[in-house]
Design a protein around this ligand. Structure first.
Ligand code: MG
Length: 458
């Protein structure tokens, strides 16, 4: 397959600069990719670097784009080097979007070609998801085998009748969605589980995933896939379970004036940046914030690796003291990346001495780092920023083979990157934890899922 493509840089100004222990961030810059396949289908990708987080710089990403030919192949898309993780994410997620379009377009033909697959349709309508609280309601499911050479382990279910619904889900998911709308979103999601195929597929399914696979019908519909391309296609949106969003609060006592409107919008999990002001000041704000937040709020503290060992101990002690007995409504969910990356072992040791969980973020910015931390024994929380971590297919593979407590989080990208990130979050993240995508209130421009429109403004 050949893909025509173009790229355009963008800039988005924050409503107010984002203060973190890394400094002050006023403008988000990135690159939007537009891929067009032979059939004329369009898909989008986003390069959203955060160099101080370990990704490539914007200049490196742009230089890479400039040297690519104007027509891409599958091999080129899957040959983006590991040194450019944001580019890997952008090109692969755009590619995956085109595969989904191809499946969606092929589905009606398969429906007609399959004739009366009555027994399968009937069976599917009674199937229920194994790990999901969602009702299975689809009555017309067709099956898409993305790689027949691996039929027994790698067949994706594709519901043509739910295609429209899944689009709606994607739109809702990528907007700033309060939790209160979750029921409505969930009602349009279907996941199915074929008990006959459970054994064959279970080893390849993530523990916390709502992904279900189906391999009853294996008619070749897809083009032959080369060795470079992952045989596992992304989970169709129709099978993804949305998680609640965590809203990002500003640093300092501004958080005290910011949480209420977000709470009113339906957010119940909040992330507050720490390590920005003096610890004594921030601990006072923590006390006030935890007194103010009503049940059942959850609070995450994000230090961005900016604390000293002594400060980390102070924060952990303060958080542990709030666990119980407590008359506060808030649950302190975790402290995120208290120490710099180089102090991995110290963070590992601290998990043994305090009850407040620690999450790694900067330490696991890229897939290589994530793998290394896992190999070194980290079994705490992993904060994964899909836009920075690298190849979606390899991330999917890692999460499907290792049971990790993963929280997916925004890199303050546009709706294009967020849609792709949320797709990964829904199939690979811990469903009991809110995704860190409550960030659109930080930007001046309104979010839009009309990607072509967005493209025209660049
Ligand atoms: Mg963080």
């Amino acid at each position: 397959m050949l893909y025509q493509w173009k790229f355009r840089p963008y800039q988005r100004r924050f409503k107010q600069p984002l203060q973190t222990s890394h400094g002050c961030w006023a403008v988000r810059e990135g690159v939007i990719l537009r891929l067009v396949d032979d059939a004329g289908s369009i898909s989008w990708g986003e390069i959203a670097p955060i160099p101080w987080f370990g990704s490539e710089t914007l200049e490196q990403a742009l230089a890479f784009c400039h040297q690519l030919p104007t027509v891409l192949t599958d091999d080129l898309i899957f040959a983006v080097p590991d040194t450019l993780p944001c580019c890997q994410f952008a090109f692969e997620s755009a590619w995956e979007g085109l595969q989904e379009s191809a499946i969606a377009q092929a589905a009606p033909q398969r429906d007609r070609g399959a004739g009366n697959q009555a027994s399968f349709v009937t069976a599917s309508s009674t199937l229920r998801p194994q790990n999901s609280n969602l009702a299975a309601l689809n009555s017309a499911i067709t099956v898409q085998n993305s790689a027949l050479r691996d039929q027994s382990s790698d067949v994706a279910v594709q519901s043509s009748t739910l295609r429209d619904q899944s689009s709606e889900v994607a739109v809702q998911s990528s907007a700033l969605r309060p939790q209160s709308s979750e029921v409505a979103v969930q009602s349009s999601i279907v996941a199915v589980q074929n008990s006959d195929s459970t054994d064959q597929n279970s080893v390849l399914r993530p523990q916390n995933s709502n992904v279900a696979v189906q391999n009853l019908i294996c008619q070749p519909q897809s083009p032959v896939i080369t060795a470079h391309i992952p045989s596992r296609l992304p989970t169709p949106d129709s099978q993804l379970s949305p998680s609640p969003y965590s809203a990002l609060l500003p640093a300092g006592n501004l958080a005290l004036h910011t949480w209420q409107p977000l709470w009113d919008q339906g957010f119940r999990t909040f992330k507050w940046k720490i390590g920005v002001e003096a610890i004594a000041t921030e601990l006072k704000v923590l006390d006030a914030l935890t007194q103010a937040l009503p049940k059942p709020a959850k609070l995450r503290l994000d230090a961005n690796g900016g604390l000293s060992a002594d400060e980390t101990t102070q924060w952990l002690q303060a958080c542990d003291a709030m666990i119980d007995p407590s008359n506060r409504g808030v649950v302190l969910e975790y402290i995120e990346q208290p120490l710099p990356i180089a102090q991995f072992q110290s963070m590992q040791d601290l998990t043994q001495h305090y009850r407040t969980p620690i999450a790694l973020d900067e330490s696991v910015a890229t897939l290589q780092q994530l793998q290394t931390c896992y190999e070194h024994g980290w079994r705490g929380i992993f904060v994964i920023k899909p836009a920075i971590v690298g190849s979606p297919s390899r991330l999917r593979q890692f999460c499907q083979h290792h049971s990790i407590d993963a929280v997916f989080s925004s890199a303050l990208e546009t709706a294009i990157g967020r849609r792709a990130g949320l797709r990964l979050a829904a199939s690979l993240g811990n469903p009991d934890r809110a995704v860190g995508y409550g960030t659109t209130h930080w930007f001046k421009d309104s979010e839009s899922d009309a990607f072509e429109q967005l493209w025209q403004t660049l």
